[in-house]
Design a binder for this molecule. Structure first.
Ligand code: FAD
Length: 412
């Protein structure tokens, strides 16, 4: 047992963070660290992460630092590339191992490889899914490519969720050599949710206490309305709550009030989230190639059309309303995400990768697995057995915005 670093990545929480508990149990002194992503432009000339996304991350980091300080530790926030800042930090504080969660996306995996090449010992653990992949009864390489087949395997094995783990009882002291650092400032923002683990847990409690799971299945496709869907995704994206904690709470809800279509469907959607994670474990980099899992060459990028779509100036009211909501709030309902993505790919012959990059930039709930998986799916480069989803805008309006209130709200 010596000095270690815990590198927080997309797991900004203390409850149900098995790898953090592991680091606490195996270190004499421990330095919790977060490495802020560097501002970066996409090849298409826009910021990789919008101001809203940065604000959301900031709020969650502030809350995590506060929780760690209450336990006598802290959170050191560094700027730069992990491969540059972490080796220097290990030398500075005398750490001989870095603990962190495993992330299956290519950039995050190459961060780990570069640190290993720099001679560091990195201890990783997979912990971002509701289900433990080891319980699936198959190697992830055998994962069915059709979601329904995957769900059937899960249901046949009666898998619900892996048991969340408790917060660490105590956190080892900070390394003696740590230089004094600035606290993360508290920010009030105009985001529609407040960041942090405590807020996430409060939101989950209130969501259940208000009996919203009961109506979830009927309301989840609404274009707006805060309560129509759970809004768990922003916290899940930065990991300030785990999918297992949510699944366990839903299970307790069912014990108390009885299972119903709504509570089942919430679990079902969390299973989609798992599915896209397992799919990335299976296919890795292939999901980021232009063709994805298909043989088709994607559409080319027309910069003028992309500007029209991304700024909400296509002239198609429903699409423009959605794209303006996305830019203004950093969020969009699942239904609107499907409609605008489909319109971009099929009606405007847009390139799915630039569409996915725009979502990555804007969404405060941006999640590499769910964003990539859903874009591939809608664009027909993924695992959709129907080969893609083209939505008819007029039909969607008739079904979800017949009174025009959603369009009015974002276009006026
Ligand atoms: P709810 O409807 O309440 O669902 C509960 C939870 O289930 C969500 O928080 C989410 O974790 C999970 N879930 C629901 N639908 C999906 C789905 N289709 N795929 C994977 N998980 C799902 N979700 C993200 O979290 N981050 C993204 O970057 C993202 N990009 C998307 C891009 C496109 C083109 C599309 C069509 C969907 C995308 N989604 C993404 C999935 C989905 O739209 C959001 O998870 C959902 O709208 C979040 O709102 P909610 O928490 O109220 O969801």
């Amino acid at each position: 047992m010596g000095c270690s670093i815990y590198w927080f990545r997309a797991d900004l929480r203390l409850l149900d963070n098995p790898q953090f508990v592991n680091a606490c149990q195996h270190s004499q002194s421990l330095l919790p660290v977060f490495v802020l992503p560097q501002p970066e432009q996409t090849p298409w000339g826009f910021e990789r992460a919008s101001k809203q996304r940065a604000l959301w991350l900031h709020q969650n980091l502030h809350d995590l630092q506060k929780s760690l300080e209450e336990k006598g530790s802290t959170l050191l926030v560094l700027e730069g590339e992990p491969k540059n800042v972490l080796p220097a930090l290990c030398i500075e504080v005398g750490a001989d191992v870095i603990y962190c969660e495993a992330i299956a996306a290519p950039e995050e995996q190459s961060d780990i490889l570069e640190l290993q090449r720099a001679g560091l010992t990195i201890n990783t653990q997979w912990q971002s899914t509701m289900l433990d992949p080891k319980t699936l009864g198959m190697d992830v390489q055998e994962l069915p490519d059709v979601f329904t087949n995957f769900r059937q395997v899960v249901e046949k094995r009666r898998l619900r969720y892996a048991e969340p783990v408790a917060r660490p009882q105590s956190i080892p002291p900070l390394p003696a050599k740590l230089a004094k650092q600035d606290p993360i400032s508290e920010l009030r923002t105009s985001l529609f949710v407040n960041g942090g683990e405590s807020q996430a847990l409060t939101h989950l409690e209130q969501y259940c206490e208000r009996r919203l799971p009961d109506s979830y299945k009927e309301t989840r496709n609404a274009l707006s309305q805060f309560d129509a869907s759970s809004k768990f995704s922003p916290w899940l994206a930065v990991g300030s709550i785990s999918a297992r904690t949510i699944a366990k709470r839903i299970h307790r809800y069912e014990d108390r009030y009885g299972a119903n279509d709504g509570s089942y469907w919430l679990w079902f959607e969390l299973l989609w989230r798992d599915y896209f994670r397992f799919l990335m474990l299976k296919y890795g980099k292939r999901l980021f190639s232009p063709k994805g899992l298909s043989q088709r060459t994607p559409n080319t990028v027309d910069p003028e059309l992309f500007t029209q779509w991304s700024t909400g100036m296509t002239g198609v009211d429903l699409i423009d309303a959605g794209m303006r909501e996305l830019a203004a709030t950093g969020f969009l309902s699942n239904r609107m995400r499907q409609i605008v993505a489909s319109h971009w790919v099929y009606a405007m012959n847009g390139n799915w990768q630039v569409g996915a990059a725009w979502f990555e930039s804007c969404l405060i709930d941006y999640d590499v697995y769910s964003n990539q998986g859903n874009w591939l799916y809608v664009a027909g480069h993924g695992t959709d057995p129907r080969g893609g989803r083209a939505f008819n805008v007029a039909k969607q309006i008739a079904q979800y915005d017949a009174d025009g209130s959603y369009r009015k709200r974002w276009l006026d």
